[in-house]
Design a binder for this molecule. Structure first.
Ligand code: SF4
Length: 248
């Protein structure tokens, strides 16, 4: 196994804030992607006025090789109190920017789009001026589901391509590169920022990354995040390479 370079290590931040955030989440029966995906930046993020809530449970119907979220054919029941609880927790935590994401729920007829819409609305109705970002699955390319989310008017719509197309069978076996691009293209609406993200260090080439960025530009994507892949568990895909932030 490759050693972690020093630039991948982040400070854990003040422990009191970390405990405060965790206790509010437990009390309101909420999940954050920071905890469920074992993100190494959790300490840093929990000290900022932003949080990423994971709705629709913490069991995913897909099995991406890079992701440590629990997988299974029988995810949790949709919690009708979840939208209100997220709004209340956001208020208690004095958040200014909320990210709402979910596991992929291929078992639900709308892929969970309705719950996204209700959560966006609950947060916006309860906290004036808050920035709401959604990071959604591909809804299996169902454009009606996508409309449901966009009609609730998130400020930022994010759907991650995650990696270059040649690595999809290994990294996102149930996803389709062109389908994800279509979701981004169709999400383009006045007043909504469209965003995507990828990980590097999984074996992609520089040329492939350049081609992907061109695809995102043609799809009308406004912002892209590029992050180093870090292996979350021993069962996850291995890191192919650590790429210095200065490169590229
Ligand atoms: S679809 Fe999302 S939550 Fe599910 S395994 Fe893939 S990355 Fe993880």
């Amino acid at each position: 196994m490759k050693r972690l370079p020093p630039w991948t290590k982040k400070s854990i931040g003040p422990l009191t804030r970390l405990h405060e955030v965790k206790s509010i989440l437990r009390r309101r029966n909420l999940h954050t992607v920071c905890e469920s995906a074992r993100c190494p930046n959790i300490g840093e993020c929990f000290t900022k006025p932003t949080a990423t809530f994971m709705i629709l449970g913490d069991v995913c119907t897909r099995r991406c090789g890079f992701c440590s979220v629990d997988k299974g054919a029988r995810p949790l029941q949709v919690d009708p109190d979840e939208p209100a609880n997220i709004a209340l927790a956001s208020r208690e935590l004095c958040l200014r920017h909320v990210v709402i994401t979910s596991v992929t729920r291929d078992d639900l007829s709308d892929g969970g789009a309705g719950q996204f819409a209700l959560t966006i609305k609950a947060v916006k109705d309860n906290i004036s001026g808050i920035l709401v970002e959604v990071l959604t699955p591909d809804f299996k390319g169902d454009m009606e589901a996508l409309d449901t989310v966009l009609d609730a008017r998130p400020d930022i719509f994010n759907h991650n391509l995650e990696t270059v197309p040649s690595l999809y069978p290994k990294v996102r076996p149930e996803a389709v590169y062109e389908r994800s691009l279509k979701v981004l293209r169709e999400a383009k609406r006045p007043g909504i920022v469209v965003k995507s993200g990828i990980m590097v260090g999984l074996g992609e080439t520089f040329e492939e990354v350049k081609a992907l960025l061109k695809d995102l530009k043609s799809a009308g994507c406004d912002a892209v995040t590029i992050g180093q892949y870090l292996r979350p568990t021993r069962n996850s895909l291995e890191v192919d390479e650590y790429i210095e932030p200065e490169r590229g």
